[in-house]
Design a protein around this ligand. Sequence first.
Ligand code: UD1
Ligand code: CA
Length: 504
Amino acid sequence: METPASAAVAPAAVIVLAAGAGTRMKSRTPKVLHPIGGRSLLGHAITAAEGTGPADLVVVVRHEREKLIQHLTEHASEVTVADQDEIPGTGRAVQCGLEKVSATSGTVLVTYGDVPLLEAETLRELVVVHEQAGAAATVLSARVADPTGYGRILRSQDGSEVLGIVEEKDATEDQRAIDEINSGIYAFDLEVLRDALGRIGTDNAQGEMYLTDVLGIARSDGRTVRALVTDDAMMVEGANDRVQLAQLGAEMNRRILERHMRAGVTIVDPATTWIDADVSIGTDATILPGVQLHGATDIGEDAVIGPDCTLRDTEVGARAEVVRTHSVLAVIGEEATVGPFTYLRPGTSLGRGGKIGGFVETKNAQIGDGAKVPHLSYVGDAEIGEGTNIGAATIFANYDGQNKHRTTIGKHVRVGSDSVLVAPVTIGDGAATGAGTVVRKDVPSGALAVNAVGQRNVEGWTLRRRAGTAAEDAARAALEGRPENGATPTAGPDADDNKEHQQR
Ligand code: UD1
Ligand code: CA
């Protein structure tokens, strides 16, 4: 595979076959909709197909048609759907697909919806090899240690020419010994394909219209048939059951990690790092062990993620540090720090140099530049101005049991520890709250809000109400100025709970 794929001309069409049943998945979900690397198998197949820039991109469906169409509508609305009828086989599937192809000449690529590692680059190369040879058909083949189950490539005596493909079930013992297999991915001349498909029957071991027969027909007609042999057998492997799904998922992850490392990202422990196909990571970012980056997550340059983070659809700014954090649909600003043990829910945004610390949960919260929520807090439906500090254990009480309300906090505010901010409420710039304040009314700029209940000490309470406990012993010893576990106290408990001193 040495031909430069850059010379590739966009094909007239790509037909992606996805009409098969996929029963070995044993799943209520159609096989091609199972995800790896953050996309469905079909999504990967479509991405590769799109990468060739085809005039038409057709997906052939039949089994679980409605679910596939719904998925395509949501994730790939640009593709054309073709329905396969009751006539079985890959040949019939392509014939049905061709009904949706508007071109009358040119190159048509055929791929499978369940082959997720196939890359656009390889398809472009297939087009180049095919067109440069003036071939009627070019099959992407591979040599494998165990060819069981695959169609085998039949070559001329000296191996230079492709004669056709024989299915395992129709093969002789000698043919079964051939280790060059048909990947199921091809480039065809459109006119030859249409013509040959009109001539194939179902006279074979499976009673199906075999697409593979097109190669033999073209060859018999004196046309050129080629094979492009890939040395990357996994790239053309299909996922038929969940064991293969996991293997291909792990291989895809390995390839994604390698791509990022080669582009200048440090990944300390590839074995415990999972990164979806659509994630982007800036140069010199460091991914520590135990990190999963999902969806459209975007990591800035020099950021440090991990250990132990799960980030989904999260944007992390340059030089930010995120430790032991679970985050969904959040934006973390440049040079900000998050974690450890932090839960960022959708709509969280943290400004430049801000901090969201340990055991903090945030949701729909815009936290300004340099603002800090360092410890043990819940911040929901809130706006926090720049430079503001939220004391430990502050709760934004955003829900009254029926509706959610917003809290707005200005710049450079000091919210005291254990404050409860009962929304809707506004705290002005430069204001403060005392520890334990329940803020129910707006606090003007520059004001201090305090409303903690005055402290009342009920003296001797433990001696009376917790008699016989270690607490009583300790209290009595302290009050009597003697070491603990000393002589039995002389004074009996004074049962007067009303003896209290109040302090404000
Ligand atoms: C096919 C090839 C075989 C090749 C193998 C690679 C034929 C006759 N055989 O075999 O040479 O080595 O793929 O995996 O083509 N599909 C449809 N409609 C159908 C039947 C299949 O859309 O009526 C789709 C399936 O969804 C799947 C693909 O075609 O994506 C291959 O179908 P499958 O049944 O797995 O083909 P094999 O018999 O394995
Ligand atoms: Ca198969």
